[in-house]
Design a protein around this ligand. Structure first.
Ligand code: ADP
Ligand code: MG
Length: 574
């Protein structure tokens, strides 16, 4: 550290490029600092650094990282501590551009595996950025010295050393995550697609604030008797809640009674949540995919024939392409692509669906004959999906009772409390027959795999061979292409977007003209499981977060230059 101090003093007042000399490795009392990259000027992306705290110094007991759940939760917790400490210790600072900032990736309500803090043989490595300070383009050496020799050691001492951390708070974080993982891993054996614990708080503070809603108006979740089960978690012990069985479930109820809020909680039940979130024990099957209409998206040779045939253009819907999908064709493609990526649960909200994709009622069947309607509505395929592919569906439907005919379970939201109305709905279906014709045929229909072609991916831009960045949560800039993920609703963190962008490029190595989309994405995930998210980039990145195979496939499918070849192999039914 003293050598770093000397260097900083020496370059005080000089032009900004002299900061380059700082690159290197420095031993501090409690840790080693790696200055990996130094920014070119005070306005550029801040400099990238890492610290490594030896296991003995950090002192985290083995039980804080004795399995993957715990390890991820510990790393998440330390990232939060580090981030909070940065924000609370840093006042307003003089200087230009990013001068004076010290920052690490900042997690939200979800506990995600991140590269911001990693464990290496028990040592703790934190990756963060530092805005090396300057006035204009003159190095502010005194400030830099304070940052590097006082502030950074201070942040490490309060956020990465076990003795400085509130033990009860840390263990609550770890135990909560471990319990949620245990619950999620048992879902399938219990016959459920999802579980919502009694007492959960589902509504959020606002459409842009994902923290839990507060106040007297919040109605905690309470399971209907029929669906209430008790499960025993490794740390918390027995809890009760609603198990949503495999099959076809409807969430019905009046407008504003909490249907979409429940569905949103299920969408995010693929992730663990921090203590106090309200959705700690709302979990869904890891293969749960939210499906919605997404008009305007591109579709590349997707076999949407189970849902769409006989288009007026004569286009082949077993290999359907468009630059500008309609509501129904986009929703059909989203389902087929989800099957292709291995989804086992679909979540659909009428609010974001194409009506003509969801339902074609009796009167419409009388007026527009089947041979003039290309669309086979979802209602006539949802059963086949379950029987033939083992794919369950949870639907929010407030507008069409026709779905009672195909539902196994009907849950009615009544002033935010779910009520089992399966028997009533089935009785109504019996008493008021709709006379509508089933249009779905004998089976779902064969869906063929697609083979992505490597030459359709060009990550280069300008002089750079590979230029891939996340432009906020919803957009990946992949070379010169912009990938729009705004309708891929289960991506919740910009660090996921960033990692997905790199993963697309990484995936191209497996695109050999034979591997299907599922094979390619599967190969990427096998590598990630072995080597972590660090495999996605040559240099260590501190701002990647974990994503799912579905998200990677979704991003590839939305790349407008994507080209695929149809294969003869059917999409696996499992
Ligand atoms: P629906 O889809 O049935 O029309 P929403 O799920 O959109 O209804 O919910 C309507 C409003 O009620 C939203 O503002 C939501 O935040 C709020 N809300 C949802 N669930 C609860 C609850 N359990 N307690 C209090 N408010 C809730
Ligand atoms: Mg709604």
């Amino acid at each position: 550290m003293e050598s770093l101090r000397q260097k900083v003093r020496r370059i005080d007042g000089r032009g900004y490029p002299a900061y380059r000399d700082l690159r290197g490795i420095y031993r501090y009392e409690q840790f080693i600092l790696y200055i990996d990259h130094v920014q070119g000027d005070p306005f550029a992306s801040p400099s990238r650094m890492r610290v490594r705290v030896p296991a003995d110094t950090a002192g985290f007991p083995a039980d804080t990282h004795s399995n993957l759940s715990r390890e991820i939760a510990l790393r998440d917790y330390l990232t939060r501590r580090f981030s909070e400490t940065c924000r609370s210790t840093q006042g307003r600072r003089m200087g230009s551009g990013k001068s004076g900032t010290i920052a690490i990736d900042r997690p939200g309500q979800e506990i995600l595996e991140r590269t911001s803090v990693v464990l290496a043989d028990g040592d703790i490595e934190a990756r963060f950025v530092v805005g090396l300070p300057a006035f204009g383009r003159r190095i502010a050496g005194r400030h830099a010295e304070t940052m590097l020799c006082d502030e950074i050691p201070g942040i490490i001492a309060t956020s990465l050393i076990c003795a400085a951390i509130d033990q009860a708070d840390l263990y609550r974080h770890i135990m909560t995550a471990e319990d949620a993982d245990a619950l999620r891993s048992r879902l399938s054996d219990l016959g459920f697609v999802a579980f919502v614990a009694d007492g959960s708080v589902l509504p959020r503070r606002s459409g842009i604030d994902p923290r839990p809603a507060e106040g007297a108006g919040v109605v905690p979740f309470r399971s209907p008797e029929r669906f209430r089960v008790a499960v025993t978690l490794p740390n918390r012990g027995a809890i009760t809640g609603m198990g949503i069985p495999k099959g076809i479930s409807l969430i019905v109820g009046g407008g504003y009674h909490g249907k979409s809020t429940l569905l949103r909680a299920l969408e995010l039940g693929i992730y663990n949540h921090i203590p106090g979130d309200g959705r700690e024990f709302v979990v869904t099957s890891p293969g749960t995919v939210k499906i919605r209409a997404e008009d305007g998206r591109r579709i590349e040779k997707v076999d949407i024939s189970p849902f769409i045939t006989n288009l007026p253009t004569g286009a082949d819907t077993t290999s359907f392409s468009t630059e500008d999908a309609s509501g129904s064709t986009s929703q059909a493609a989203n389902i087929i692509e989800a099957l292709e990526a291995g989804a086992d649960v679909l979540l659909i909200d009428e609010d974001t669906s194409a009506t003509n994709f969801m339902i074609r009622d009796h009167r419409m069947q009388e007026l527009v004959s089947k041979d003039m309607e290309p669309i086979t509505p979802f209602i006539d395929k949802v059963r086949h999906l379950h029987q033939e592919y083992g794919v369950s569906t949870v639907l929010v439907i407030g507008g069409s009772g026709d779905y009672f005919d195909v539902a196994d379970y009907v849950i009615c939201m009544t002033a935010y409390i779910p009520v089992d109305m399966t028997a009533e709905a089935h009785a109504i279906a019996e008493n008021y027959r709709t006379e509508r014709q089933r249009e779905g045929g004998e089976s779902f229909g064969m869906v063929r795999c697609r083979i992505p072609l490597a030459e359709s991916f060009d990550p280069g831009r300008g002089r750079r061979d590979v230029k891939i960045t996340a432009k906020g949560l919803h957009t990946i800039a992949f070379g010169r292409e912009m990938i729009d993920l705004s309708q891929v609703e289960q991506i919740v963190d910009t660090s996921q977007t960033r990692a997905v962008g790199r993963a697309i490029y990484y995936a191209t190595r497996y695109m050999d003209g034979r591997r299907t989309m599922r094979d390619v994405v599967g190969a990427v995930f096998r590598d990630i499981e072995k080597g972590g998210l660090d495999i996605l980039q040559e240099r260590p990145a501190g701002d990647f977060a974990v994503f799912r195979a579905h998200d990677l496939a979704a991003a590839i499918n939305r790349l407008r230059t994507l080209r695929v070849r149809s294969s003869d192999r059917p999409v696996r039914k499992d």
